[in-house]
Design a protein around this ligand. Structure first.
Ligand code: IPD
Length: 494
C-alpha cells in the first residue's frame, strides 16, 4: 500500500512522516502522564494471571493515544494492549496498523520501579515501518524508521557485535504465567544460558526497554516467551535499524503474533540462543481473545472507546444535496461527509441542520441521536433556517442520561477485601466517582491490635487511678476511725 496524504504521509520527510511525528509526540505526552502517575496511588486489576496487571493509567493512556490517532487517521487500524484485553481482535492486515502498548512494565509501574515505557509501532502491508518507545522516567525517546536508522534522543543506536555466547549479557522477561510447568521451563532456559557461560541474565520488568538496551549495545541478546505483538512491534524496527537481528525462537523468521522472540546484535548470537532454548507455548495473539481472571474495571474504563457506528443524514449549505452516512467518531463523520457530498475543501464546519449549532467536539457528537440531520458549511457559507426541516436532533435516550456503576477493585493484588468504586456518569460525558476503601486482612489485623493495645493501656491507667483513689479514701476513713492521742500538757515555769 502506498501512502496517500490522507494516510498521514508527508511528502518532504518520506513515507509515513506525519504518522511518525504523531507517534513521537503522543509518546511524549503519554510519558508525562505516566511519570506523574508513577508516585500516586493506583487502582490495580489483574488480567490473564495474578501477575498480569493493569491500572486505570494504562486505560487512560491507551484511550488518549487511540482517540488522537483515530481522529487524525480515521482509515487506519489499531491493535492495542488493553483493547485486546477487553476482547478486541489482534489481526495484522495489509492496512496501515498502529500497535500500541500504553504502559510497558505495568508491574514496575504499580510498584513505582522506574522502568516503564510507552510503545507505539506502525505497520503497513504487514511490514513494520517505524517504532517509537519512550522511557518515561529517564525521558529517553527511542525511535526507529525502516531504512532510516535508530536513535535515542537524537543519538544513533548501534547493537553490539558480540557473537560468543560465553561473553554475552543476555536479557529476558518472565512473562505473565506462574504455573509450575512454565516456571520450570523459564528457569531451565535461564540455567541453560548460564551453563553455556553467559556473563549474566537480566530481567528488568519491561520487555520494550530491555529490547532498547539491546539496540543501544548495552546487552548482546534478548529472548522471551509470552510477550505480545504490542511489546515487540516498535522495538523490532529499532533493533533492526540499529543493526540487530530479530527472529523466532525456532530460528526462523519473526512472527509478530507468535508470542516468542529471540533478538541479538548478531545473527550468530541469535542462533546460539535459539538453539539453547526450550519452547514455552503461549499460543498466538491473533488466535484467541485473552482470558481474564475476573475484573470489572476494564469494562467500565473502556466504555468510551467502544462507540459503535451510527447513521446520520448530511446536507450541503442550501440543502440541495442530501446523503446518508454512518460514523462512529466526529472525524469519521467529517471525512465521509466530504466524500459523500463531493466537497474538496478540508476546511468545513459541521452544524445541526435544525438550528445551526456547531458540532465541533467528539463529546458533543457522541450525544447526537441516530439519523440526526447535519449540514456542512464551507468557508464563507452560513447556516439558514430551512422551511420544512425534519426534526434533527433526537433527545438523548433516557437510559443514557445517568448511569451508576459499582466497581470492586484492589489497590494491591494481595488485598483480600479490596475497595468499592461508585461512579455516576451523566450523559456519558461527566462522571463523579467515590472510592470506599476497605483495608486488606493484614491492615485490618493491625488496626484491631492497635485498638486492643490502646484499650488495654487506657483500662490499665483507669485501674491505676481508681486504685490510688480507693487507697486514699481508705486511708482517710482509717484516720477518722482511730482517735488521735491527747496532746501532752506543757510544763510552764514561773
Ligand atoms: C509486559 C512486560 C513484562 C513482560 C511481559 C509483557 P506490560 O508488558 O514487558 O516485562 O514479561 O511479557 O507483556 O503488561 O507491562 O505491558
Amino acid at each position: 500500500m502506498k501512502p496517500s496524504s490522507e494516510d498521514g504521509a508527508a511528502q518532504a520527510g518520506g513515507p509515513w512522516e506525519e504518522c511518525f511525528e504523531a507517534a513521537a509526540q503522543l509518546a511524549l505526552r503519554a510519558g508525562q502522564i505516566i511519570r506523574k502517575a508513577l508516585s500516586e496511588e493506583k487502582r490495580v486489576s489483574t488480567k490473564t494471571s495474578a501477575a498480569d496487571l493493569v491500572t486505570e493509567t494504562d486505560h487512560m493512556v491507551e484511550a488518549l493515544i487511540l482517540q488522537e490517532l483515530q481522529q487524525r487517521f480515521p482509515s487506519h487500524r489499531f491493535i492495542a494492549e488493553e483493547a485486546a484485553a477487553a476482547g478486541a481482535k489482534c489481526v495484522l492486515t495489509p492496512s496501515p496498523t498502529w500497535i500500541v502498548d500504553p504502559i510497558d512494565g505495568t508491574c514496575n509501574f504499580v510498584h513505582r520501579f522506574p522502568t516503564v515505557a510507552v510503545s507505539i509501532g506502525f505497520a503497513v502491508n504487514q511490514e513494520l515501518e517505524f517504532g517509537v518507545i519512550y522511557h518515561c522516567t529517564e525521558e529517553r525517546l527511542y525511535t526507529g524508521r525502516r531504512g532510516r536508522g535508530a536513535f535515542c534522543n537524537g543519538q544513533r543506536l548501534r547493537v553490539s557485535g558480540e557473537t560468543d555466547l560465553s561473553k554475552a549479557l543476555v536479557l529476558t522477561e518472565i512473562g505473565p504465567r506462574r504455573d509450575p510447568t512454565t516456571l520450570k521451563l523459564f528457569l531451565s532456559n535461564m540455567e541453560r544460558l548460564l551453563r553455556a557461560g553467559a556473563h549474566g541474565v537480566r530481567v528488568i520488568g519491561s520487555s520494550t526497554l530491555a529490547l532498547c538496551h539491546l539496540a543501544s549495545g548495552a546487552a548482546d541478546a534478548y529472548y522471551q516467551f509470552g510477550l505480545h505483538c504490542w511489546d515487540l512491534a516498535a522495538a523490532t524496527v529499532i533493533i533492526r535499524e540499529a543493526g540487530g537481528v530479530v527472529m523466532d525462537t525456532s530460528g526462523g523468521p519473526l512472527d509478530l503474533m507468535s508470542c516468542r522472540v529471540v533478538a541479538a546484535g548478531t545473527r550468530e548470537m541469535a542462533v546460539l540462543i535459539a538453539q539453547a532454548l526450550q519452547t514455552i507455548n503461549y499460543g498466538r495473539d491473533d488466535e484467541r481473545p485473552l482470558t481474564f481472571m475476573g475484573s470489572q474495571t476494564k469494562k467500565v474504563l473502556l466504555t468510551p472507546l467502544m462507540h459503535p457506528a451510527r447513521p446520520f443524514r448530511v446536507s450541503n449549505h442550501d440543502r440541495s444535496s442530501r446523503r446518508g452516512v454512518t460514523a462512529s467518531s466526529l472525524q469519521e463523520l467529517l471525512t465521509k461527509t466530504l466524500d459523500a457530498l463531493v466537497i474538496a475543501s478540508g476546511l468545513v464546519t459541521l452544524v445541526l441542520e435544525e438550528d445551526g449549532t456547531v458540532v465541533d467536539t467528539e463529546a458533543f457528537f457522541q450525544t447526537l441521536g441516530d439519523n440526526t440531520h447535519l449540514m456542512v458549511l464551507e468557508k464563507g457559507q452560513k447556516w439558514t433556517p430551512g422551511g420544512t426541516y425534519i426534526p434533527a436532533r433526537q433527545p438523548p435516550k433516557r437510559q443514557g442520561i445517568a448511569r451508576v456503576t459499582f466497581d470492586l477493585y484492589k489497590l494491591n493484588p494481595k488485598d483480600v477485601i479490596g475497595c468499592l468504586n461508585v461512579k455516576a456518569t451523566m450523559y456519558e460525558m461527566y462522571s463523579v466517582s467515590y472510592d470506599i476503601r476497605c483495608p486488606g486482612l493484614k491492615a485490618l489485623l493491625r488496626s484491631l491490635l492497635w485498638f486492643l493495645s490502646h484499650t488495654a493501656q487506657m483500662t490499665g491507667q483507669c485501674l491505676v487511678h481508681t486504685g490510688t483513689y480507693m487507697l486514699r479514701v481508705l486511708a482517710d476513713t482509717e484516720e477518722r476511725a482511730v482517735p488521735s492521742p491527747r496532746p501532752r500538757r506543757g510544763i510552764t515555769s514561773g
